[in-house]
Design a protein around this ligand. Structure first.
Ligand SMILES: [Zn+2]
Length: 109
């Protein structure tokens, strides 16, 4: 997997998780984000785009450099905790791939 592919997968996964969270918690229509979640997404998108560790590390969830500001970090953690397991129902192969890459990375590190 190239760095570019990794970045795209991370972005896609993150967007879907925020989407699930927003749809269930804030009752926004599927495929849309409320204003608050849109802000979190834009922030995460920017961080992923700017991440200097994409090349050597796998995903932001396992990265030791916490580049998210504390208030966003808390929010994103909550969203991941909520949406992560639900992603399994929507897109199991993508989640398993993501988890496998995380596991591989943890083992190596
Ligand atoms: Zn929302």
């Amino acid at each position: 997997m190239t760095v570019d592919e990794k970045r795209k997968l991370e972005l896609k996964t993150m967007y879907q998780i925020i989407g699930i969270y927003c749809h269930n918690k804030h009752h926004t229509p599927k495929g849309q984000l409320c204003e608050a979640c849109e802000q979190v997404w834009e922030y995460a998108e920017h961080r992923i785009d700017a991440c200097p560790h994409m090349e050597s590390k796998t995903f932001c969830s396992v990265c030791k450099t916490h580049c998210y500001a504390p208030n966003y970090r808390e929010k994103i953690r909550e969203i991941m905790r909520y949406g992560g397991p639900r992603m399994l129902l929507v897109s199991p192969i993508q989640v398993i791939r993501h988890m496998y890459l995380e596991w591989k990375d943890k083992k190596r590190g």
